[in-house]
Design a protein around this ligand. Structure first.
Ligand code: SAH
Length: 386
C-alpha cells in the first residue's frame, strides 16, 4: 500500500476517542486518489492504521484497521464472515435481515441485507465502492446466494461523487422475492422497494408491540403493513394509513393473503389524525413510524415540530390504558431530544404517560459505541395512564 494520508493532532485524538471517521478539516498531506485504501499517519509520521479515502466527501477517511494491522481483501472477507456468524447466532425468526451494518461491523459504508436466497448490497463511499468486486466475491463464498443486487441508489452516494444505480452483480434477481418475518410472508421488490425492500430494522419492535397491542389499532405510516399485519390479529379492529397508493395496495394484498382484516387507507397522517380527532374517534393502540423527518442537522427544528404534532394528536386519540408505539429513525434526533418532544406532547395533550419500553433498531443493526450515527432508530412504547 503506497497511498498515504497525514491527519492533524485533533484527528488523531478523534481516532483515540473511538470514532472511525476523519473529516476534511483534520486532513493534511494527501498522497492518494479517489477510493484508495490508504495508510493513515500522525503529524509525526506514526502509522495509525488503514482507511478508505474519499476525495469528495466531508468524511475523508473511514478507518478499516488500527495500528500495524493490514487492511486487505482477506480482512474484508473475514469481517463479512464474522458478521454472518453473529447474525446466525441471533436466531432471528425471519428470512430477511441485515447481515452487514456498516461501521458497526467494522465495514464502514457497507450495507448488506439478506432476503432469503438473495443479497442486497449498498456501497456508500468511494473506497467501499471500489471494493465492490471483493465484497461480491466474499459474499459469494460465505452465502452462496442465488443472486446479488446492488441497490446503489441512495442520495448519500452523490456526496461521494458516485452515481445512483441499481445492478445485478451476480446470479439473477427476480422481480419479486418472497420472504417471511415471523408468520407473515411478504413479496418484496428489491429493485424498487424503500431502503433495500423492507424495513428490517423494526422486526423486534413489532414483536415488542405485540406484547401490549389490544382493542382498536391505528397504524400510521404503514408502508407494506409491517406493524399492522403483526398486531391486527391481537386487536379488535385495525386501520392503517400511508400516503403511498402502492404501499396501501400492498397492505391490502398482504392482509388478504393472511386472512387478516385491515382497513388500509391512503392518506397524509398529519391530516388524518386531525380528521379522526374531529370525529372524536378513539384508539387503544397507535403506531407512529414516520420517515426520517430530520435528514440533516439543519432540519432538526422543523422535524421537532413534526414529531411533536403527530405525537400530540396520537396521544389525544388514545384511550386511558392505551399504548403508543412511537419511533424516530433520524440519527440527527437524539434519544434525549426525542424523549423531550414526547414529554411536551404529553403535556399539551393533557395526558399522563409512562414509558413502558425504550427500544432501538433490531439486533442485526447493532450500534457501535462512540458512533452516534449508528444509533438512528429510537422507539418508545408509551402507555397513556390517564
Ligand atoms: N411502518 C413501516 C415503515 C414505515 S416507512 C414498517 O414497519 O414497515 C415510512 C412510510 O411513511 C412510507 O411508506 C411513506 O410512504 C409513508 N409516508 C411518508 N410521509 C407520509 C405522510 N405524511 N402521511 C402518511 N404516510 C407517509
Amino acid at each position: 500500500m503506497t497511498s498515504t494520508v497525514v491527519i492533524s493532532a485533533r484527528g488523531e485524538q478523534r481516532l483515540e476517542g473511538g470514532h472511525p471517521w476523519i473529516y476534511r478539516t483534520d486532513v493534511g498531506d494527501v498522497h492518494a486518489s479517489a477510493g484508495d485504501m490508504v495508510s493513515v499517519r500522525s503529524p509525526r509520521g506514526r502509522i495509525l492504521g488503514s482507511a478508505l479515502f474519499s476525495d469528495r466527501s466531508q468524511i475523508t477517511l473511514r478507518m478499516l484497521s488500527y495500528g500495524e494491522t493490514i487492511a486487505d481483501e482477506a480482512l474484508i472477507n473475514r469481517r463479512i464472515a464474522v458478521a454472518h456468524q453473529f447474525r446466525q447466532s441471533l436466531n432471528i425468526d425471519a428470512t430477511a435481515y441485515r447481515v452487514v451494518h456498516g461501521e458497526a461491523d467494522l465495514l464502514p459504508s457497507l450495507i448488506v441485507d439478506r432476503y432469503g436466497d438473495y443479497l442486497v448490497v449498498q456501497t456508500l463511499s468511494q473506497g467501499m465502492d471500489k471494493l465492490l468486486p471483493v465484497v461480491v466475491e466474499a459474499l459469494g463464498s460465505v452465502f452462496a446466494p442465488r443472486g446479488i443486487l446492488a441497490r446503489n441508489d441512495p442520495r448519500a452516494r452523490l456526496l461521494e461523487g458516485l452515481e445512483q444505480r441499481v445492478d445485478v452483480l451476480a446470479g439473477e434477481v427476480p422481480d419479486l422475492i418472497t420472504v417471511r418475518e415471523g408468520r407473515i410472508e411478504y413479496d418484496v421488490d428489491l429493485r424498487r422497494g424503500q431502503k433495500t425492500g423492507l424495513f428490517l430494522d423494526q422486526r423486534e419492535n413489532r414483536d415488542a408491540a405485540a406484547l401490549y397491542a389490544h382493542g382498536r389499532l391505528l397504524d400510521c405510516f404503514s408502508y407494506d403493513g409491517g406493524f399492522a399485519l403483526r398486531l391486527a390479529p391481537l386487536c379488535r379492529e385495525t386501520i392503517a394509513f400511508d400516503i403511498s397508493q402502492e404501499a396501501v395496495a400492498r397492505v391490502r394484498q398482504n392482509a388478504a393473503r393472511h386472512e387478516i382484516t385491515i382497513d388500509a387507507r391512503v392518506g397524509n397522517v398529519f391530516d388524518e389524525l386531525r380528521g379522526l380527532e374531529r370525529l372524536r374517534e378513539r384508539f387503544d393502540t397507535i403506531v407512529l413510524d414516520p420517515p426520517a423527518f430530520a435528514k440533516t442537522k439543519a432540519a432538526v427544528a422543523k422535524a421537532t415540530a413534526g414529531y411533536k404534532e403527530i405525537n400530540l394528536r396520537a396521544l389525544k386519540l388514545l384511550n386511558p390504558g392505551g399504548i403508543l408505539v412511537t419511533c424516530s429513525c433520524s440519527y440527527n434526533m437524539s434519544e434525549a431530544a426525542f424523549a423531550e418532544i414526547l414529554h411536551s406532547a404529553a403535556i399539551d395533550a393533557r395526558a399522563q404517560v409512562t414509558v413502558v419500553e425504550k427500544r432501538m433498531q433490531g439486533r442485526d443493526h447493532p450500534v457501535l459505541l462512540g458512533v452516534p450515527e449508528t444509533y438512528y432508530l429510537k422507539c418508545f412504547i408509551l402507555r397513556r395512564v390517564s
